[in-house]
Design a protein around this ligand. Structure first.
Ligand code: HEM
Ligand code: HEM
Length: 126
């Protein structure tokens, strides 16, 4: 894997490690208050980043585009800020709520960017 595919793959692995450690902590401590952070780290982090990694791997021309690099960095930044702010929110710090809100919208905007980037794959020839 190279470029955006490799970056997303590494990001997915890091989310998986962090998310599962949090899940283990939740199970061991029987404190499930961080469940939404664990759930999003696993699906928004590990599964979505893994999906992007294999998408860019199987469509290398799209994966090597400048926009794919932009997609990686904006997705990584907004996703990490979203999860870290959610962690503090569920730990009892409502002051970070606007940060989580802005990061959520940025993460959604990144997904729309991906829809645009991926459009050549919609074609039957892709
Ligand atoms: C080390 C492995 C894992 C541990 C110890 C673990 C632990 C937990 C715990 C304790 C909960 C809270 C359950 C509750 O409060 O109802 C939970 C929820 C959840 N976990 Fe994990 N988990 C692990 C791996 C995963 C993986 C691999 C995924 C997905 C790829 C995942 C996705 C979720 C989701 C989506 C929820 C929320 C479920 C709901 O909405 O009720 N977890 N996990
Ligand atoms: C734009 C960013 C997102 C926002 C603002 C958001 C918001 C939320 C909210 C408010 C809940 C309910 C939590 C609760 O009742 O405790 C939730 C649950 C959930 N979301 Fe998201 N979500 C986002 C992105 C995603 C994505 C991209 C995925 C999957 C790839 C996802 C998967 C889930 C799952 C599995 C649950 C159930 C687990 C739980 O209750 O924590 N979310 N989300």
């Amino acid at each position: 894997m190279t470029g955006a595919a490799r970056n997303f793959f590494i990001l997915a692995l890091l989310y998986g490690i962090a998310g599962m450690l949090l899940g283990l902590y939740m199970g061991l401590s029987q404190d499930h208050s961080q469940m939404p952070v664990h759930a999003h780290a696993m699906v928004l982090g590990w599964l979505m980043s893994g999906f992007f990694a294999f998408f860019y791997h199987f469509f290398p021309a799209i994966g090597q585009s400048r926009l794919a690099t932009v997609h990686f960095w904006l997705t990584a930044a907004s996703g990490i800020i979203l999860l870290v702010s959610l962690y503090f929110l569920f730990a009892g710090n409502p002051v970070v709520e606007p940060v989580a809100g802005i990061a959520s919208m940025a993460f959604f905007a990144c997904f729309l960017l991906f829809v645009w980037i991926a459009r050549p794959a919609f074609s039957r020839a892709g």
